[in-house]
Design a protein around this ligand. Sequence first.
Ligand code: EPU
Length: 431
Amino acid sequence: MDVFKVSGNGPLHGEIQVSGAKNAALPILAATLLTEEPVVLRNVPDLSDMRSMLEILQHVGAETRQLEPGAWEIRSQKISHIAPYELVRKMRASVCLLGPLVARLGKAEVSIPGGCVIGPRPIDLHIKGLKKLNCQVEIANGYVYVDASNMRGGPIFLGGRSGSTVTGTANIVMAAVLAPGTTRLECAACEPEVVDLCRLLIKMGAQIKGIGSPELTITGVEKLHGCEHSVIADRIEAGTFVIAGAITRGDVTVKGIAPQLLGAFLDKLEEAGLPMELGDDYIRVLPYQGSLKPLDVITLPHPGYPTDLQAQLSALMTQTEGLSIITERIYPNRFMHVPELQRMGADIAIEGPSAIIKGASKLSGAPVMASDLRASAALILAAFAASGDTWIQRIYHLDRGYEHFEQKLSAIGAKIERLSDKEMPKELLDE
Ligand code: EPU
């Protein structure tokens, strides 16, 4: 297994390019099943999650062809309706197959993905939405069985305890675009990744009004056709690089991202006093003297502060003088990075769904364990601010969602090396 060896190397300097968004590309890949015509996708990031989704598409019968790095042609002429456990268990987002399969084939049999380290990941809202589309849904033996032979549009309120659902909205929109009649979806997720999916569906011939708002009106059409689409930039990757600049007091220009995709995040960093320059498609982080100000942040569905940038902000707040409070409203247990940050010297207490962070702490390198994708990023960011070497194990979590992470950061001055765990000092290795 690979590990990262990261050493604090002072301020980062230079330009760093953002890749295509994982969380847009995954449902978009699933959406290619909605037509028998070829769909060409560009700006698809090279990630292990993408390879898992492509494998599932191939399993159900799609032909996938890489045209060049980042560009894929997918043609789903003859497909089957079954997504088995051994493929779905690799990646939760494979639940996004439900919508396209029921829309295209009138039935689906998809294994239910398990929870994960960030907490339970229920799919009750996906099922509620399908039932509201007049589908028969049954759960047995760990599978969702859907009979959509009488599917038709209707009114659906898709909100849950924490508000909207991102992949739930994606699923119901993908089902509704081919359902006879009109679907009015209330409390739809407004995340830019859902907007990007809707834009692709429009190019395929779907009729969707209200894109980007919590109320979507979808008029079913008989057939969709092929198209070309370029996946939106990854705002979470961009936010991670912004924090890399901030935590090292560097001068870093994050390129290829529209700042308005990161409204709540940039607002908080501005409140903290981070000097930044915002262009149409870039964010430049500028060096600063003294300390940033502590923050009180609550994660919320878009346009609120994103949960996927919670762990990274926690790392930054360990370097800020004063008390910061970061409250998780989406995944109240998403604090697996905290014990690892504590091992590096951070002063953090968990109180219910909140992390109370007292800064500024003098961090020092330690062997730490990545527990999920964003926690991995947070540990690397903390390592940039720490003295000595930090060894990060289980970085396969990071590879699921950050394209060429160490190459991009090395190019702006980070000291980050990918090594085999055999090269790690034996006494530091976690068995
Ligand atoms: N929820 C329900 N019932 C459902 C679905 C969701 O109660 O049927 C709850 C969840 O438990 C959670 C909240 O609703 O409390 C929001 O969950 P959502 O469904 O929006 O999450 P998701 O679609 O499973 C996507 C991203 C996650 C990101 C969340 C929140 C993808 C593939 N995944 O997950 O990304 O954290 O939205 O923004 O789009 C990541 O990239 O690291 C990641 C975990």
